[in-house]
Design a protein around this ligand. Structure first.
Ligand code: SF4
Length: 194
């Protein structure tokens, strides 16, 4: 039987809201794409091949990069995750993971941090070395956030991956917890029936 892998998007969605995750991936209820989402997708498609742009971005940050890989497919057999990392680069042999986000944000969102951490976890398995920094770049506002891939962040990520597998395979239904963003959530109709 073919083995099923999750992606960093599963991690992002689970952190955004476990109930949304359950509706989307267990019940298979998919939100129709809004204009804003379509805009983000087409921006991503246009950007996909822009290797030089990544080089320029890193140079503008005055980073002396020894090596860089772009659009790298990664897999962790250990945690059963698969995905394509935007950019991985090395400075003084230390491995850093860069994720580009097409929206704008004045602060770093937790779900984006852990999504990037998932690429780092896979990169560690692929390149057999520890990941040093996670970098998230919000393209619209040109905001750059850096975090060390600490043991604490790694173990929390592994815990989240375990919870995700329990929902997907263990029949666990996440507890419903109302949130600030419920008001603008498309899945609201399933959480708050009229
Ligand atoms: S309405 Fe709130 S609880 Fe329900 S899926 Fe959306 S964010 Fe999650």
């Amino acid at each position: 039987m073919e083995e099923f892998y999750i992606t960093p998007t599963h991690i992002k969605d689970y952190l955004f809201c476990p109930t949304l995750f359950y509706n989307k991936y267990v019940k298979g209820i998919i939100e129709p794409k809004t204009e804003l989402m379509l805009e983000g997708t087409s921006e991503y498609m246009r950007d996909k091949g822009r290797w030089m742009e990544r080089k320029t971005l890193l140079r503008d940050r005055r980073l002396k990069v020894d090596r860089m890989v772009f659009a790298k497919p990664l897999t962790s057999k250990k945690y059963r995750i698969h995905g394509v990392a935007d950019t991985i680069f090395w400075i003084n042999r230390k491995m850093n993971v860069l994720e580009i986000k097409y929206g704008g944000s004045p602060k770093l969102f937790k779900d984006h941090l852990y999504q990037t951490a998932a690429y780092a976890l896979m990169a560690e398995e692929e390149f057999k070395q520890p990941a040093y920094k996670l970098i998230i770049f919000y393209k619209k506002e040109r905001k750059w956030f850096e975090r060390r891939f600490t043991a604490q962040l790694r173990s929390h990520l592994i815990k989240i991956i375990g919870e995700i597998w329990k929902v997907l395979e263990g029949g666990v239904i996440p507890e419903f917890r109302p949130k600030r963003m419920c008001g603008s959530c498309w899945y609201r109709r399933f959480c708050y029936p009229p």
